[in-house]
Structure formats: structure tokens, C-alpha cells
Design a protein around this ligand. Structure first.
Ligand code: PMP
Length: 753
């Protein structure tokens, strides 16, 4: 190599040192007391064209004497790029001037450095705007954010399934938000890789940029997106750091609103490109460590990016550029508008209502840029806007949406998949569009099967909003404003082992014996006994262990059926079990399903035994216009798939156990926490007057509202509305638990003082 350089450049004295390169080999050359970078690439026609284009641009940039960009140095015979035989192969070779300075990656940055970073790039872009180059214009490059889709095939190389889905989420967001505006974005040749190892710093200012190998004709804003990505991806507060870069850039090149509107998604796209490329490179060559240098930071920022959300980011970008934010109506205005046409009987959570705009996984974003950690909403079971669920719905609604009077594959496919999750006696399913409709249908099935009318219901139980469901929901009919208990309804006490009539280890069988007594004294045969395994509206109260083991046989013995309402507890939420009834070691005759079944798409189902279905089958036709339609079935299939793929039941178990143990540690410090109960990610925290069982609704409400002010969503429930309810999307993680616990602890501390 030294000989080659001496020959081709007329150097007298040459020493060389090999440097790291992503896909090519670079050498530091010291020749005649000057430093250069010698770059070599394995020959192919396309690469030659690319390297020549890059050289042309660098020559253009070096026209004015400067030290900002590497300058090509000519070979002895005058050319700047040459094909040379080296070590038995043909390499494309060229020599560039060496730029002095410290890498941005090696310095502790300041705000002024980041502002100069932005300014530097904008000044470079102004120069580049004047250049045209056909090769760069037609370049196909996975690192070009305008060609983000080229990375899609590499998603599958990402090992962790949840991580894969985070990347899929940002791909969908890019398709939805960026693709439609791409034609409107300003374009020019951009450097396209202003990462911390390509940016040089001197005296707290950016002094130069190297490695123009990723240059491409692309959207101008991509230059900014890439700079922000690498400038900020290892920072705890990336958004704050992005401000300085943007400010500096905007001083030189005024950014347009439509560019800032997509910047959040472009930064995410760059991070996703990085993790896709790293995963792909690792799969190709597990020993290539260089390929994953930025991977850890990229994942850190992707997760952070989700917790920040697009609205907060856009607000920050606008303010950094000194632009005024788009007008958003106040919460009061939005509320007023709603109440002009929608009855206030539809309640709104919190004393300070939240105006929701977007959501992703375990985060929800309001219209003003606040991001909320969602520890409450169990309907988006696998995560808000989960990309696989979204994709399933979009694909099927664009293909076929019809009803069960035609044959299509999705109905049987989903029915089979769903039933495979149940013990074998439960082998028939009916589809409807809500938990309420499922409860209603469950009652029809029970009554048709038994030809009886009486129902035994659980104290504080809730099963839905239809007349039939309300009739079996003590939570509604016993409300002071409710309709009261109907004659055919028998209410049985909640087997609450914490502060009920029986407590401790044997509470379940004691409560069970009382219920059996009640059954024995019923005036007529009871058609059905219906209960949730953990009574949500009762305050997340698990039926005391052993209770259902007493009740189910007694109901059956007198000719009734047993119904488990799994609307809240099903689909792996409880961690140890896929269905709540399994925790009680019983098998119901009928199961009611809803909420999580389709991650928020309106769907419900009733699963029952062959015998129950057969009795119903002798009656009038059952038809639901929307129940079991192919779109719902595809969405529900995707939910089961994600639960499996992301091991969400096991995840609910480990995160839920952690959540409960952290809450129990808080309980030791704060006597207002009377009880911590539940299973997996279905948790209740009973707030009491210290040292007693007396509930404390006031404190419970304060905690809920204070958490809301701290951007954490939970709720309260129970007969006295004194139980904190936590039932987050199952992608909720231990970091999220720590955040809730820390905030809760500081609120409780403040309350003490
Ligand atoms: N059963 C239970 C246990 C529920 O919690 C609910 C809803 N909160 C329902 C049934 C009714 O479901 P939906 O609101 O989908 O009609």
C-alpha cells in the first residue's frame, strides 16, 4: 500500500494506518508531513459512479478555500478517482484531505455547540442547493429517509418481537404522515449522515464534516432529522437538545411548517433505519461490531420518542424555530361542543378532562402536547395503535367486509384459534360487537338451555349496558339512580377476603357455603350464575379462593349453568392464566368476552359448551349484522398473534408481580394503602383511613387526579370509589411501573406533610 501511494502520488515518505469503515476500507496517510485519508472500495460500476459523483460534489465544495469539507487530492496523472489492483483485487481509490478536530461523539456538548451544528449544516445545504448531479438524484439508498421502505425487509432481523413492533409502528406512521407530503417537501443534495463520528468540533463549534458517502438528492429536512437523531439519541432529554440544532439551522435556512410537521416521524425513521440495518448486518455477520455501534442509543431514543409523542415534539420544533403553534381549542370549548349534541350522562374522566389526539403502545398524547403513561386502559390490550392490529384491520377492510350469511375464511379461522385457548368442553362461539351484547346473548343462551328465568348475580358486578345486562349488574341496578333489583334476580355477597364477612385462608369456602345455602333456598331453579373472576367494578376484588369450587357444582346440581364474565380478565392479563376462571380451577358453561378481544375494535363473543349451543340452535335464527365480520375476525386474529409473539401473558406475569410487589413496599410506608390485590396487570389498591378498614374516597380521588397531573393514567372504582385501579396495556414495562411508583410515592409523601 505504501509503495502504491508513493508511486501514484509522488510522495517521498509515507506511513499508513487502517481506519474503521462501515463497508469500505479507509487509511490514514501521513505523507511528507501532511495528513490525508485514502479511501478504497471494492470495484463495481455502480460504486465507481457513486464515488465519482461524491468527488465531483467535494470538488465543488472545495472551490472556495476551506477546511470545512475534505478536498479530493489528485493522483499524479491528474485524476481524482482511480481503479487500481491492490492485493489481487481491483479497488476504487481516492485521496482526501484530512480535517482536523475532535469528533462530536468525543466531546461533552453545549447548547452553543449544537446551535453551531445546525448553522453549519444549513450553510452546507445552501451551497449544495446550487449543485446538480444525476447519479445522486437516481441513487437508491436504504439510508435515504425518502426511501425508508427499503428497510422493511430487515424488520424481521430484529430479535425482540416487541422491538420489531415498535419499528413497524413507526413505518406505519411514516406511511400515514410522511408519504403524502413527500412531494411537497423541498429537495436538494444532502450530506445525509451528520452523525457524531462524521462531525468535527473545534473550540465549541462545529468545524467540519467528513464522509460524504451517503450523499443523496432528498428532502432538505432529512438533513436536520439525521443531525437531531445522532446529536440527541444518547441524551436523557433529546427534545431539549434538538431545540439548539433546529434554532441554528433555522437561522440560516428558514424551515417550513410542513417540514417541522413531519420531523418527529423522520427522526423515528432514521432510528428505525439504524436498528434495521444493525439487525440485518448482525444476521449477515455476527462478528461485525462496527455495524451496531449506534444500536443501543437508537433503541434508547426510539423508546424515549414514544414516551414523548409527536405533538409535544412538533410543539417544541415550532417554538425552536420561533413559529407560533397551530391554534387548539381549550378543553372547555371542546367539552361545550360535545355537550351541545351529546348527553352529559356520558361521563368524562378527571376533574381536568383530557383531550386525546393520538396514542402508541402504553402512551396517549393529548392535543396540547402532553404525553400520558397509560396504566389504566385495558381495551388496547396489546398496546394502543399496535401496528399488527392496525395492519390487519386496514388490509381486511380494503379486501372484504361482509356478514356471516356468506362464507369466508376468517370466521372459522378465528373461531378455531380462539377456542383452542379454552378447555375442550367450551367448543362453540358466537360473535357480537360488545361485551354488553355478549352478556345479553349469554343470558339468552342460559335461559334457552335451562328453560328457566332466575339469575344469580354477584354483588357489585357489572356486565354491560343493555337492559338484560343492567338487570344482572348490581353495580347499575343498585345505584341510587338505578332501576332496582328485578324479581328474577338473586344477588349474592361478594366473597371479599380483605374486608368482607369472612377473611383469611378459608374465606372462599365459607362464602361459598353461604351462596350454596342461598341457591338451596331459591324459589325456583336458577338458570344461571354469573360473575367475573376478579370483580372490577367491585374494586378489583378477586373472588376468594375456593368460592367458585363450591358454587359451580351447586348451580349445576339444581339445573343451572355457570357463566364467567372474562371481559376484563381474559386474554392473558392475569399473568398466571389466560382466563380468570382457570385461577379458580373451574370450567364454566358459558364465557363472556369483549374489550381486549380486538384491542379496541368493537367486538364481543360468547363461548359455550356444545350442549348450550345445541339448545340455542333449536330456536330462531341468530344473526348479528356485524358480529364475526371478516374485518373483526382479522383484527382479533392479530391480537391473539401478538399476545403469542410478544409473550404478553408471561410479560403480564413478570411486570404485574413487580407492580404488586412495589405497591406492597409502598403500603409498608403509607398506612392509607389498606390492600394491594389482583393478578398480573389487573391490580387494585384499596385506600383506607390509616389503621382501619374504613375506605377513603377523598384520598383515592386525590391520588388519581395528582397522578393525572403528573401524566399518569389510572382510575378509581369499588362501592365507595376508593380503590385505585391499574390495568394497563400489556406492553407496560418495569420502567413504566417504576415511574408510577416514584410519582405515587412523592404524591403520598407530600400528602403526609
Ligand atoms: N362485562 C364487564 C366485566 C365489563 O367490565 C364491561 C364493560 N366495562 C362489560 C361487560 C360491557 O362491555 P361493553 O362496554 O363492551 O359493552
Amino acid at each position: 500500500m505504501e509503495n502504491l501511494l508513493r508511486t501514484h502520488f509522488d510522495f517521498e515518505k509515507v506511513t499508513i494506518k487502517k481506519l474503521n469503515g462501515y463497508s469500505n476500507a479507509n487509511y490514514m496517510v501521513i505523507a511528507d508531513e501532511q495528513r490525508f485519508i485514502f479511501k478504497t472500495y471494492v470495484f463495481d460500476e455502480q460504486m465507481l459512479e457513486q464515488v465519482s459523483a461524491e468527488t465531483e460534489i467535494l470538488l465543488f465544495l472545495s472551490e472556495t478555500p476551506n477546511t470545512l469539507f475534505p478536498s479530493p487530492k489528485a493522483f499524479a496523472e491528474g485524476s481524482f478517482v482511480k481503479k487500481l489492483p491492490v492485493g489481487g483485487e481491483h479497488l476504487i481509490c481516492r485521496m482526501l484531505s484530512y480535517l482536523d478536530g475532535e469528533f462530536l461523539g468525543n466531546v461533552v456538548p453545549s447548547e452553543s455547540l449544537f446551535t453551531s451544528f445546525g448553522r453549519f449544516l444549513a450553510e452546507m445545504n445552501v451551497k449544495l442547493k446550487a449543485v446538480k448531479n444525476a447519479t445522486l438524484k437516481s441513487r437508491e439508498l436504504a439510508w435515504d429517509l425518502n426511501q425508508f421502505h427499503l428497510n422493511k425487509p430487515y424488520i424481521s432481523a430484529i430479535e425482540d418481537p416487541h422491538d420489531r413492533n415498535i419499528v413497524r409502528y413507526f413505518f406505519q406512521a411514516y406511511d400515514q404522515r410522511v408519504v403524502p407530503v413527500l412531494p411537497e417537501l423541498r429537495k436538494c443534495i444532502i450530506h445525509n449522515d451528520a452523525n457524531e463520528w462524521n462531525i468535527l468540533v473545534k473550540d465549541d463549534r462545529v468545524s467540519g464534516v467528513i464522509d460524504f458517502g451517503d450523499m443523496v438528492y432528498s428532502s432538505l429536512i432529512n438533513e436536520v432529522a439525521i443531525a437531531i437523531t445522532y446529536g440527541c439519541y444518547d441524551k436523557d432529554n433529546p427534545l431539549e437538545w434538538s431545540r439548539a440544532i433546529l434554532k441554528g439551522y433555522h437561522e440560516i435556512v428558514a424551515l417550513e411548517e410542513k417540514e417541522l410537521d413531519v420531523l418527529y416521524y423522520l427522526i423515528a425513521a432514521r432510528l428505525c433505519t439504524s436498528v434495521c440495518q444493525s439487525a440485518h448486518a448482525r444476521k449477515q455477520d455476527p462478528s461485525n461490531e462496527y455495524a451496531s455501534v449506534s444500536e443501543k442509543s437508537a433503541w434508547k431514543m426510539l423508546r424515549k420518542w414514544l414516551s414523548i409523542g409527536p405533538i409535544q415534539a412538533v410543539n417544541c420544533f415550532y417554538s425552536a424555530a420561533g413559529l407560533s403553534l397551530p391554534e387548539v381549542d381549550s378543553v372547555d370549548e371542546i367539552k361545550e361542543r360535545r355537550h351541545q349534541s351529546v348527553s352529559p350522562i356520558l361521563s368524562i374522566s378527571y376533574s381536568e378532562a383530557i383531550y386525546m389526539k393520538q396514542a402508541a403502545f402504553q402512551y396517549m398524547y393529548d392535543g396540547y402536547g402532553n404525553a400520558f403513561l397509560d396504566s389504566y386502559n385495558n381495551i388496547p390490550h396489546v398496546g394502543h395503535c399496535h401496528p399488527q392490529v392496525v395492519e390487519a384491520g386496514q388490509r381486511q377492510i380494503a379486501t372484504l367486509n361482509t356478514n356471516t350469511r356468506y362464507l369466508y375464511d376468517q370466521l372459522a379461522e378465528y373461531a378455531e384459534q380462539l377456542l383452542s385457548k379454552f378447555p375442550s368442553p367450551l367448543n362453540k362461539v358466537f360473535f357480537v360487537n360488545s361485551g354488553s351484547a355478549a352478556s345479553d346473548l349469554a343470558m339468552r343462551l342460559a335461559r334457552t338451555h335451562t328453560q328457566k328465568d332466575q339469575v344469580m348475580v354477584m354483588e357489585h358486578g357489572y356486565h354491560g349496558n343493555t337492559q338484560t345486562s343492567i338487570d344482572i349488574s348490581d353495580y347499575k341496578f343498585s345505584n341510587p339512580k338505578g332501576q332496582g333489583q328485578k324479581e328474577h334476580v338473586i344477588k349474592t355477597p361478594l366473597p371479599n377476603a380483605y374486608n368482607g364477612k369472612y377473611r383469611g385462608e378459608h374465606a372462599g369456602s365459607a362464602y361459598g357455603k353461604d351462596a350454596v345455602d342461598q341457591i338451596a333456598h331459591a324459589e325456583d331453579t336458577i338458570a344461571a350464575f354469573v360473575s367475573e373472576p376478579i370483580v372490577g367494578c367491585g374494586g378489583q376484588v378477586p373472588l376468594a379462593a375456593g368460592y367458585l369450587k363450591e358454587v359451580y357444582p351447586a348451580i349445576r346440581k339444581q339445573g343451572g349453568v355457570c357463566i364467567s364474565d372474562e371481559v376484563q380478565t381474559g386474554f392473558g392479563r392475569l399473568g398466571d392464566y389466560f382466563w380468570g376462571f382457570e385461577a379458580h380451577n373451574v370450567v364454566p358453561d358459558i364465557v363472556i368476552l369483549g374489550k381486549p378481544i380486538a384491542n379496541g375494535h368493537p367486538m364481543g363473543a360468547v363461548v359455550c359448551t356444545e350442549e348450550v349451543a345445541a339448545s340455542f340452535g333449536h330456536g330462531v335464527e341468530f344473526f348479528s349484522s356485524f358480529g364475526g365480520n371478516p374485518v373483526s375476525c382479522e383484527i382479533a386474529k392479530s391480537v391473539l398473534h401478538v399476545i403469542e409473539e410478544e409473550s404478553l401473558q408471561q410479560h403480564a406475569k413478570s411486570v404485574g408481580d413487580f407492580y404488586i410487589s412495589e405497591l406492597r413496599s409502598l403500603q409498608k410506608k403509607f398506612p392509607c394503602i389498606g390492600d394491594v390485590r389482583g393478578s398480573g396487570l389487573f391490580i387494585g389498591v384499596e385506600i383506607v383511613k390509616p389503621g382501619s378498614f374504613e375506605t377513603d374516597q377523598k384520598i383515592a380521588h386525590q391520588l388519581k387526579n395528582e397522578l393525572r397531573r403528573n401524566f399518569i393514567l389510572i382510575s378509581t372504582d369499588g362501592p365507595d370509589d376508593s380503590v385505585l385501579k391499574m390495568k394497563p396495556p400489556l406492553c407496560f414495562n418495569k420502567e413504566n411501573v417504576k415511574e408510577v411508583i416514584d410519582k405515587l410515592e412523592s404524591i403520598l409523601e407530600k400528602q403526609k406533610s
